[in-house]
Write a protein that binds this ligand. Structure first.
Ligand code: HEM
Length: 312
């Protein structure tokens, strides 16, 4: 029994409904930036690093919940019972993301050390602290991540992946014996839940069905409201994290004295939703176009004039 999208009682649908505006905001922002982002390996790597640490934090908490027993706190044990009904190992993302990062020779142990030292970028650090604190305070909040972050990979994640596939020219910089297809598979494990699309779909449907069965009667209304609130926060944190990635890479790009700056600025202008910017870009291009036209006619006129005087 997969909840129909119109089933307003289903917790997953309620989360989707209450985060619709936040989703639209993050979706619009990311869709605009995506085509550009995907052309640069270091931005893709940064996204993977962030999500490696986010999923590591979530999955470490899931592990402690799954490993608890009846002698532990009652709420923890209840959460374990609910998680056991739908969470499957195929969903785990930590190792998958680590595989992608290892391809790019990123030391994931070093990332985990940075997490322990608290020396991560501020927005990422904030989100990780928020997850830890909230799950400690109320283990049931883990159910918000189980819906929002894992299912995001099936919808937006697919769009993200296909944009990435179309824009991964940067992979040509990596000298390897692998075919293009193998190369792509080696850096996109994060997005794959199974080697077969049919299997992947089945996994997703089963997950959604079991999530619904486990949460419909297994939670009180205040608990459901708390999970919806956490889901809203997740969108806010994820939005901020993408902004932070954008900002830090903007600085990285601007510190390069090469064509990346030009391509970056052009893309920024091209995709920026800010009206005033696009207007001034059009204005700038307008001036360049008319200047070139004037130069062209001036040259044409002087050539015709000199040809005419030669024939005289
Ligand atoms: C480029 C950015 C994104 C795009 C284009 C995108 C697109 C989509 C689409 C097309 C759907 C399916 C809607 C439907 O079936 O009615 C969806 C669902 C969803 N997305 Fe996104 N999304 C993006 C980013 C995100 C992010 C960053 C998150 C999480 C923070 C997220 C979380 C979700 C969730 C939880 C669902 C509902 C899944 C379900 O109930 O099966 N999305 N998204």
């Amino acid at each position: 029994m997969i909840p129909s999208p119109t089933d307003t009682e289903a917790l997953a649908n309620r989360i989707n409904l209450h985060t619709r505006d936040a989703h639209n905001k993050v979706d619009t922002r990311l869709s605009i930036k995506m085509a550009f982002v995907m052309r640069h390996d270091f931005i893709y790597i940064d996204i993977l690093k962030n999500f490696f640490l986010i999923f590591y934090t979530i999955e470490s908490n899931i592990n402690s919940i799954l490993n608890c027993d009846e002698s532990d706190n009652e709420q923890l044990f209840r959460t374990r019972e609910i998680l056991n009904q739908f969470y499957v190992n195929e969903f785990r993302r930590t190792d998958k993301t680590a595989q992608d990062l290892h391809f790019f020779q990123i030391d994931t142990d070093k990332l985990l050390q940075e997490k322990l030292d608290g020396s991560l970028p501020p927005r990422l650090n904030e989100f990780i602290q928020y997850i830890e604190y909230n799950v400690q305070k109320d283990p049931l909040t883990i159910l918000a991540y189980c819906h929002v972050l894992y299912l995001a990979l099936f919808a937006g994640g697919k769009i993200f992946k296909s944009t990435f596939m179309r824009n991964m020219g940067f992979l040509n910089n990596y000298k390897t014996e692998l075919s293009q297809r193998e190369l792509i598979l080696n850096v996109t494990n994060f997005f794959y839940f199974s080697d077969h699309p049919q299997e992947e779909l089945k996994l997703k449907l089963k997950y959604k069905e079991n999530y619904e069965l486990a949460t419909r009667n297994g939670l009180t209304e205040p608990e459901k409201l708390m999970i919806i609130d956490t889901s809203r926060d997740i969108f806010r944190y994820v939005y901020n994290i993408f902004e932070e990635i954008g900002q830090s890479n903007r600085e990285k790009l601007l510190s390069f004295r090469n064509f990346r700056i030009i391509s970056f600025l052009l893309d920024e202008w091209k995709y920026d939703t800010d009206n005033s910017k696009s207007k001034s870009l059009k204005f700038m291009f307008g001036i360049i176009k008319y200047t070139l036209l004037i130069i062209f006619f001036f040259l044409l006129w002087t050539t015709i004039k000199s040809l005419y005087s030669l024939t005289k």
